[in-house]
Design a protein around this ligand. Structure first.
Ligand code: MRU
Length: 406
């Protein structure tokens, strides 16, 4: 069994006042932050990324997302197995962050053994952790392609450099998505009375926790909020793992963005009553033709949005595009996760402890497909780091002519 990542931070209960000095113990190294840039993601007043090299240079640190929102804990990944476990058990999750963690995982592996065999083993091990988000393969292939031709003695240093670059690029891509998506929100705001809020619905967590920083679907929302546009976010709880209720709500709360958590089934009802102006979701894999694979339940939101004339956008950083695929329904592998995620639920008890409870009758089988595919015809547009395009082969080609031949 994979070694569990080592937790090394204080637990801060929600009922206790948060002390920035405590959080500051795991703050991101100064090299990875630039305070003058907009949309810094804050936790109790301190800026964080979701993954960063440890100060001692021997490991990487992550925010353990399985402990949010009830405890803010960082974990240390020191080996290939730690990295694989963190992805598989969803201490880190979200397509871009899965890719970034895999890049760091290759570095951790090569530090121990930089041979061709070790590189192949690490690539295979990490690739097997989660099947749907294409960012995983994208990052692993990119690092392997850089390392394979160089002497083994130089590989660990090169992997380290590339992991840092992949993280920094992710943040830059997300800032591009923020800039590209902001005008969509501005346009809606301009049609409203002064001070009237723009209601945006999102599903799962495609926020900064799902990326290295800033987020994808939430990036334009943070940008609008920071620009003084009154936004309000409907946060789908996102059963079964509740990334919306646990992670997106926590992010928005920390950033001061008005939001309301809703049951997954409430979105259609709100749309019928004109209470949703816009839907923005993330993606784990988008085909070259604009089919969007994202967390289970996204498709139902797209259907409801289509029926109610609500614009439905997916925020798509280019590493989430699988240029080799044309038919999302047929070709994208959908992760099947443990039935326990359906039959059981974790939450905080009145005494502050976190416990897991059973929901279903003992013996009732459960199925847990973790993603679904929204066909391009239901997607109003794709928000990428290069701008907004239609969800179509021609739309994507217009923004990414460099991939047109693929
Ligand atoms: O199973 P998860 O939590 O990794 O799923 C996350 C999502 O589906 C996100 O919406 C997607 O990865 C986009 S993240 C920017």
């Amino acid at each position: 069994m994979a070694a569990a990542a080592v937790a090394r931070e204080i637990v801060v209960d929600r009922d206790e006042p948060r002390k920035p000095s405590q959080f500051a113990r795991s703050r991101v190294a100064a090299t990875t932050r630039s305070p003058q840039l907009p949309y810094l993601m804050n936790v109790a007043g301190s800026s964080y990324r979701t993954i960063w090299p440890s100060v001692d240079g021997l490991a990487v640190e992550i925010i353990d997302q399985t402990r949010l929102p009830h405890a803010f804990i960082t974990a240390r990944l020191a080996t290939l197995d730690d990295a694989a476990h963190a992805i598989r058990a969803m201490l880190v999750r979200g397509a871009p962050l899965i890719g970034a963690t895999a890049a760091w995982g290759l570095w951790l592996a090569l530090r121990a053994d930089a041979s061709d065999a070790a590189l192949a083993h690490a690539h295979t091990t990490l690739l097997a952790t989660r099947p749907t988000a294409v960012n995983l393969r994208w990052a692993l292939d990119r690092v392997r392609a850089r390392l394979a031709p160089i002497p083994s003695v130089s590989r660990a240093a090169a992997a380290h450099q590339l992991a840092i670059a992949i993280c920094d690029e992710d943040v830059a891509l997300n800032r591009g998505i923020a800039a590209a998506g902001l005008p969509l929100i501005q346009a809606i705001a301009s049609r409203k009375e002064v001070g009237e809020r723009v209601n945006i619905l999102t599903h799962c967590n495609a926020g900064w926790l799902a990326t290295v920083d800033v987020g994808t679907a939430t990036a334009p929302i943070y940008a609008a909020h920071d620009a003084g546009i009154p936004v309000h976010v409907w946060v789908d709880e996102t059963r079964p793992r509740n990334q919306g209720a646990s992670l997106t709500a926590w992010e928005l709360l920390n950033h001061g963005v008005p939001h309301t958590v809703i049951a997954d089934n409430a979105g259609g009802h709100l749309m019928q009553r004109g209470q949703v102006d816009l839907v923005i979701v993330g993606t784990d894999r988008t085909t070259a033709t604009g089919d969007v694979c994202n967390k289970i339940g996204t498709y139902l939101k797209a259907l409801a949005a289509h029926d109610n004339g609500v614009p439905f956008y997916a925020a798509v950083p280019s590493p989430s595009i699988d240029w080799s695929l044309r038919d999302g329904l047929r070709e994208i592998p959908i992760e099947e996760r443990s039935a326990c995620e359906i039959t059981h639920l974790a939450g905080r008890l009145a005494d502050g402890s976190v416990a897991t409870i059973a929901l279903t009758p003992d013996g009732s089988p459960a199925a847990n497909p973790a993603f679904d595919v929204t066909p391009a015809r239901l997607v109003t547009g794709l928000i990428s780091e290069r701008g907004v395009c239609s969800a179509s082969a021609s739309g994507l080609r217009s923004l990414f002519p460099d991939h047109a031949g693929l």
